[in-house]
Design a protein around this ligand. Structure first.
Ligand SMILES: Cc1cc2nc3c(=O)[nH]c(=O)nc-3n(C[C@H](O)[C@H](O)[C@H](O)COP(=O)(O)OP(=O)(O)OC[C@H]3O[C@@H](n4cnc5c(N)ncnc54)[C@H](O)[C@@H]3O)c2cc1C
Length: 387
């Protein structure tokens, strides 16, 4: 892997790779599409990305990472989002890798991180439970020592990519103390292990989240990541440890460009869409949302690289990104008018019917924490307010 001289050269290298390797059937959203053929294409493409050395770009090189700065990861993710390039294993690449980097043993880092950077092991996330979503610290799944290993019992909810993954990242109670710090541990569970059952559930955005039952699942001592009882601290730090950027605005900007082209060439009852005040207002509003998020992302990356952490550091963008996701889809559809509700395959559906699906998917913004919870984090960590 060559080391680009600057971010423009790096961006160009990524664009050339995408132009050469992105399959024509690439309009695949790994979160919401689950057709087996499309998933296979997405996995094959993701393995080509891995062969470039681009998975784990910022991790230390001794664990199979690229040792590159976070600014380069942001550019990579921006280009992939703008091109709608499918990437599988985001749980492995961010949550699992971040946890390993924060708390894994040397043996675990050397064994598990290369499997992720080479895309040979795909991971699903087993954090949420029926009674523990936003209040994750109240989770009830237990892991009890048995000889050298552990026995895990419990139920997880909303497991994305469960049927397509190899391993489940499980948070379980290893002590009865109600406080999460000290009583939660993280385990790696083979999804084919005896006692693991997945019950797939469709969400309205498309795609599947499973309910996962863990019924007396036996794991060996190597399945425990890091130390007993330290899991809460690991997962709180994991996202940032693995890179911690998610430029959703780049995908929105690509969609906005398509919308602008559509409005330039499409007539409504009052003439060309692009000449109408309500359309111009809507397009400007969408551009404002894109640019606002981009500037916050760049500020955050700049501050992180300079070690200049503000009290709100990293807290504002997640709130805006989460809150603006459905708002962006709503304004987008208002610009298009009622035809935005026509589904793919319907005559006259604008932009191939994609906006109808984008609207539904924009409300599935609970994963990784709801907008309200992100606000609470901003208030408590950023402003020091009481919970
Ligand atoms: C598409 C999708 C994929 C997901 N994938 C996974 C996955 O792979 N693995 C996994 O473990 N989980 C996954 N989740 C679960 C996700 O992390 C949870 O949905 C999320 O943490 C919220 O939990 P909950 O659904 O139980 O809602 P609840 O916590 O019950 O919240 C319900 C509502 O109350 C609000 N609320 C709760 N507490 C507060 C508070 N203190 N202050 C203000 N408002 C509050 C919330 O914002 C929300 O609007 C996924 C969810 C979705 C939608």
């Amino acid at each position: 892997m060559s080391h680009p001289l600057n971010l423009d050269a790096w961006r160009q290298e990524i664009r050339e790779f995408l132009a050469a390797e992105l399959p024509p059937e690439h309009a695949f959203n790994t979160e919401f599409d689950d057709a087996p053929d499309q998933w296979r294409i997405a996995v094959e493409f993701s393995r080509k990305v891995a062969a470039q050395g681009w998975i784990g770009l910022t991790w230390p090189t001794e664990y199979g990472g690229g040792g590159r700065p976070i600014s380069e990861l942001l550019v990579l993710l921006e280009e992939f989002a703008a091109a709608d390039a499918p990437m599988v294993n985001s749980v492995g690449v961010f949550l699992v890798a971040g946890t390993l980097l924060v708390g894994g043993t040397e043996e675990q880092k050397h064994r598990l991180l290369p499997e992720i950077s080479q895309m040979t092991t795909l991971w699903a996330e087993g954090l949420t439970e029926p009674e523990a979503g936003s209040d994750l610290g109240s989770l009830r799944t237990t892991a009890v020592r048995e000889g050298e290993g552990w026995v895990i019992d419990g139920q997880k909810a909303y497991t994305s990519w469960g049927p397509m993954s190899d391993m489940l990242f499980v948070a379980a109670r290893t002590a009865s103390d109600p406080s999460p710090s000290g009583s939660i541990s993280i385990f790696c569970v083979d999804l084919k292990a005896e006692g693991v059952t997945l019950h797939p559930m469709r969400n309205f955005g498309g795609g599947i989240q499973s309910t996962t039952y863990l019924d007396h699942v036996r794991v060996g001592p190597e399945a425990l990541i890091g130390e007993v009882g330290k899991g809460w601290g690991y997962i709180m730090k994991a996202f940032y440890a693995s890179g911690g950027v998610e430029p959703i605005y780049a995908q929105q900007e690509a969609r906005l460009r398509r919308l602008v082209s559509h409005c330039r060439t499409t007539r409504g009852p009052q003439g060309l869409l692009i000449e109408q005040t309500r359309v111009i207002d809507g397009l400007a509003e969408l551009a404002r949302m894109v640019q606002g998020q981009r500037l916050l992302a760049y500020e955050h990356i700049g501050n992180t690289m300079a070690g200049r952490m503000t009290p709100y550091e990293g807290g504002v963008l997640p709130v805006l990104a989460k809150e603006w996701e459905p708002l962006f889809a709503q304004v987008f559809d208002e610009v298009l008018g009622q035809s935005s509700q026509l589904t793919a395959g319907t005559e006259h559906a604008p932009l191939g019917g994609a906006p109808e699906a984008w609207y539904r998917q924009s409300f599935a913004n609970h994963a990784g924490g709801t907008p309200q919870v992100k606000r609470m984090v901003l208030a408590t960590r950023g402003l020091g307010l009481p919970r």
